[in-house]
Design a protein around this ligand. Structure first.
Ligand SMILES: [Ca+2]
Ligand SMILES: [Ca+2]
Ligand SMILES: [Ca+2]
Length: 285
């Protein structure tokens, strides 16, 4: 990693002239309402005739054999429609476990049914510093759906949060590299393994765009433009506006944070090395 660090010194001089996160006083942040998933459906499977209730759960999806029989879902498959979400989780979120077009997130982001167990601080109340847990942010993604970032918790995977702005050239350059396009800053020789891990879904990467091309508020349409331009499978582009920017104390764009699966910050960028998060996550792969 020493050579990597040296290479970065060259990179950083490029970034030094880059983007300063202006303290725009943008009040339109759409602070997170904690969506804690609709009313749980634990409806007891109504008596199967004859032999008594079958409460077995062979596929471990949280539904009993009787419940699955009633629903028509597969008692031997936790995800009957193979859309990436378990039968039980789909029911909890009001989705159809027998229709792959009906899913918790159109984008296929991970889902955490027990967000409360992480005791997430309210959005904006996280410390944002190393060792501290970040707040429970809910932002609209490029599909126009609200995404709770605690859905990325508890899957045993590290998370990189990329706080960027549409107007920021270096942000675009890094996104271009991540999507397999041009590599203006020569990141690939050092961070190719990280990029591959993001592509493989072994590292969750969350792009949070805080400002649009003109420094104004983001929306789903703007996020969609970014996603089309820099598409990476499994990477949500969130219209984050300036809320998370304030919580994390961001001073420049792009700013990369590494989080562990408990949403505790393990790396923050510094003036000397904005890619510390990349190093921390990649060294652990
Ligand atoms: Ca099932
Ligand atoms: Ca499913
Ligand atoms: Ca479904």
């Amino acid at each position: 990693m020493r050579t990597a660090t040296l290479q970065l010194v060259g990179l950083l001089s490029l970034f030094a002239v880059a983007c300063t996160a202006e303290e725009t006083d943008d009040k339109s942040s759409d602070g997170g309402e904690a969506t804690d998933g609709g009313a749980g459906d634990d409806g007891a499977g109504e008596g199967s005739d004859g032999a008594g209730p079958d409460t077995s759960d062979n596929d471990g999806d949280g539904l009993t054999a009787d419940e699955e029989a009633e629903l028509g879902t597969d008692p031997e498959d936790p995800d009957s429609d193979a859309d990436g979400y378990t039968d039980r989780d789909e029911l909890t979120e009001g989705k159809d476990p027998l229709d792959s077009e009906s899913r918790i997130y159109t984008g296929g982001w991970p889902y955490q049914p027990d967000k409360a167990s992480f005791n997430p601080p309210a959005a904006g109340r996280g410390g944002g510093g190393r060792g501290e847990q970040i707040g429970e942010w809910v932002y609209v993604d490029h599909f126009g759906e609200e995404v709770n970032i605690y859905d990325f918790a508890g899957h045993g995977k590290p998370i990189i949060i990329d706080v960027s702005a549409v107007w920021c050239g270096p942000c675009n350059a890094v996104a271009d590299w991540l999507s397999g396009g041009a590599d203006a800053y020569g990141l690939e020789p050092t961070y190719g393994p990280l990029r591959a891990a993001v592509e493989a879904g072994d590292v969750y990467w969350i792009t949070m765009l805080t400002q649009d091309r003109a420094g104004g508020s983001m929306d789903a349409t703007e996020a969609g433009r970014w996603d089309s331009q820099y598409f990476v499978e499994g990477v949500p582009v969130l219209a984050a506006n300036s809320g998370v920017e304030r919580e994390l104390g961001i001073r420049f764009f792009p700013s990369f944070y590494a989080l562990d699966e408990n949403m505790v910050v393990t790396a923050t960028p510094s003036d000397a090395n904005m890619f510390i998060a990349f190093d921390i996550v990649q060294d652990d792969l």
